[in-house]
Write a protein that binds this ligand. Structure first.
Ligand SMILES: [Zn+2]
Length: 168
């Protein structure tokens, strides 16, 4: 089992990718885009309307052969995650029926998170080929390929020598 290699850089910078497919690592000039939301997840939890704002798109290299695999993984995991929440929520919610609305919301959120721990571990130890996690100030670009992450890191530190870019 291996975890992803993550490169974190300021959200305001446009990332530069090596011309290598994020899935198979072969040279490609084809690209794809994914959307990301850089809202603070805790703020969204308490004020879901915030989720409508701060969307952006990231363009990255993805060869035609890997397109289906990439999106199948991305949407497949999203559907799995939603399905687990849909199962966990009706089981958990009745336990907190007597609680005040705010504490009920927190308790249900924490309980759902605990119920999701196996899924979270699966996401950590079977990383997606490529994914991003965005916050108001920084965005993390997560690569399953260590080599690709290293190239991405080198390209961006070269392009933005003054920016705070880290790899882990
Ligand atoms: Zn590929």
């Amino acid at each position: 089992m291996k975890t992803s290699t993550d490169v974190t850089m300021p959200t305001s910078l446009k990332p530069i990718f090596p011309n290598e497919c994020v899935v198979c690592c072969s040279e490609t000039f084809d690209t794809a885009k994914i959307t990301q939301n850089s809202q603070n997840p805790i703020s969204v939890f308490f004020m879901p309307i915030l989720w409508l704002f701060r969307w952006s798109r990231v363009e990255f290299p993805l060869c035609r052969n890997c397109m289906f695999r990439f999106y199948f993984q991305r949407w497949g995991r999203w559907i799995l995650c939603c399905a687990l929440i849909a199962i966990a929520f009706p089981i958990i919610a009745p336990y907190y029926r007597e609680w005040s609305p705010l504490f009920r919301k927190i308790a249900i959120g924490v309980s759902c998170f605990v119920a999701m721990i196996p899924y979270v571990l699966f996401e950590v130890f079977v990383p997606r080929s490529f994914n991003t996690t965005s916050y108001p100030k920084t965005t993390t670009y997560e690569f399953a390929s260590w080599d690709l992450a290293l190239q991405f890191y080198a390209l961006n530190t070269q392009r933005y020598p003054k920016a705070e870019i880290t790899i882990s």
